[in-house]
Design a protein around this ligand. Structure first.
Ligand code: URA
Length: 196
């Protein structure tokens, strides 16, 4: 398939995650043709899905989301609520590592959004946890600061899923004083997970 930039993705045509993954890999969006597609990891039947920002260097190398330093912290956060990454599903708003590892622009979020929507349609999670501002922006179009909106339940109406925004693990690594609030958010997630 030739390189394309902005596009109109026929999301309704995908019947499985592997079909969608293959499509994205063949698609070769010109914004990200330098990088590898990092699609998702974990249990495709999971009721809880985590959405991060975009793959980093290690994720680009391995083709798996959250396997670098942020991923190690995410694993620990999951452990704190007695979950493992095999029980949940983990993906990113942006499927390829942005050039120079920059925070994705709105245009990049918009360009990749049909892929995220298609992926969620197939996963049908009951609960979604967005990690950091770009993931929340991509899912719900909310631009409010993550410090203000974290820890508040929101709704992803298209799937009737409950959404909890929290800090991105990379932010917690830079500012460990925020770990307490993230821990509280994870307690809320655990409670919802057990009752859903
Ligand atoms: N940060 C993200 O947002 N996603 C990854 O996969 C890794 C780091």
């Amino acid at each position: 398939m030739a390189n394309r930039d902005l596009f109109d993705l026929p999301v309704q045509e995908f019947t499985s995650l592997s079909e969608l993954e293959d499509y994205i890999k063949k698609f070769r969006c010109s914004r990200c043709s330098h990088a590898r597609v990092v699609f998702g990891d974990g249990n495709p039947q999971a009721k809880l899905v985590f959405i991060g920002e975009a793959p980093g260097e290690e994720e680009d190398r391995q083709g798996i989301p959250f396997v670098g330093k942020s991923g190690m912290l995410l694993n620990k956060m999951l452990q704190s609520i007695n979950l493992t990454r095999k029980e949940v599903y983990i993906c990113n708003a942006i499927k390829c590592r942005p050039p120079n590892n920059k925070t994705p622009t709105q245009a990049e979020i918009d360009a990749c959004n049909p892929f995220l929507v298609a992926q969620l349609k197939l996963l049908k999670p009951k609960i979604i946890c967005t990690l950091g501002s770009p993931a929340l922006k991509a899912l719900l179009g909310i631009k409010e600061s993550i410090t203000k909106i974290r820890g508040k339940w929101l709704k992803y109406e298209a799937l009737d899923a409950d959404v909890l925004p929290t800090f991105h693990p990379a932010y917690l690594l830079r500012d460990p004083s925020k770990k307490r609030e993230a821990w509280e958010d994870f307690q809320m997630l655990a409670q919802k997970y057990r009752s859903t």
